[in-house]
Write a protein that binds this ligand. Structure first.
Ligand SMILES: N[C@@H](CCC(=O)N[C@@H](CS)C(=O)NCC(=O)O)C(=O)O
Length: 270
């Protein structure tokens, strides 16, 4: 299962600069006012997407658990295309663009990463002292190009298909897995990447404990600390094949969309 990026020393090295470039933002911040109840949040996203990272950082800073439903791409040739391999995309209502947050508690569904961040802070941010790195990186004051560069940087260090970029065939667990971790933790990232490429739904519980990542699989009774064992369990239990290539053809039949993006011309002739 090497193609799915089982953690090696080298792989961990790539995961560390991807956190450093974001100033290690995304550790749960202290809360002086407890939330009356935890909201029911569902996030459709994929690890390699710059805009999804902003939302995941915010959920972690605010200490909000969420059900993550990974929606990796099937090709970089166009945006929004998907085949019957896609497990969660058919449940996205409206625009097929990620991140897509459904807040069942507030009864809203949102697409734009900035709107999602604003919603989460205004509804669940009371009593949370916003970390300076988060205010700088996600507060909306950075020039657009710098903002995008800093968001895309982490994926630049992890450009491989199996790093939560393209989909890899897998079997679907009956129950979501549970991952305790945080956005900048290099080990947590390795586990998220694998869960993402395999489209395994999981409940993410932000945690700054020294022993994260901690993965629990209620389907098998498996529970472990550390990225190595977690990734091995996920790959051995659920992976069926290799991730699709970055340049895979647009799926036919295409059950989704086929929007051209600024990146499309780069891939059209390859
Ligand atoms: N302005 C949007 C941009 C979102 C966006 O462009 N998402 C891309 C991924 S980075 C996407 O979902 N593309 C469709 C696809 O990947 O199939 C935001 O900030 O949320």
């Amino acid at each position: 299962m090497r193609h799915l990026g089982l953690p090696s020393a080298l792989s961990r090295l790539g995961s560390t600069p991807s956190a450093a470039i974001r100033l290690w933002n995304g550790r749960p911040a202290p809360r002086t006012t407890e939330l009356r109840e935890l909201p029911l949040l569902e996030l459709f996203e994929y690890e390699a997407s710059p805009w999804c990272r902003r939302v995941r950082e915010t959920l972690c800073v605010l200490g909000l658990p969420a059900l993550i439903r990974p929606c990796p791409r099937e090709t970089l040739r166009v945006e929004g295309a998907y085949s019957s391999l896609a497990r969660h995309k058919p449940d996205v209502k409206g625009r097929l663009i990620f991140p897509y947050l459904v807040d069942h508690t507030a009864d809203v569904a949102l697409n734009e990463s900035r709107d999602i961040v604003e919603h989460l802070w205004s509804r669940y941010g009371d009593g949370v002292e916003r970390p300076r790195a988060d205010a700088l990186l996600n507060g909306g004051a950075l020039p657009r190009l710098i903002d995008f560069g800093l968001l895309a940087g982490p994926s630049g260090f992890r450009p491989w298909a199996g790093c939560g970029l393209t989909v890899a065939p897998s079997s679907s667990p009956a129950e979501p897995l549970v991952l305790h971790g945080n956005e900048p933790d290099p080990g947590s990232r390795l586990v998220r990447e694998m869960l993402c490429s395999l489209q395994i739904a999981y409940r993410h519980v932000p945690s700054d404990a020294p022993n994260v990542p901690h993965l629990e699989d209620p389907n098998t009774g498996f529970a472990t600390f550390g990225a190595g064992h977690a990734c091995r369990h996920v790959a051995e239990t659920y992976a069926i094949g290799a991730p699709l290539s970055h340049l895979a053809p647009v799926p036919e039949p295409n059950l989704g969309d086929a929007r051209r993006s600024w990146m499309s011309p780069l891939f059209t002739f390859l």
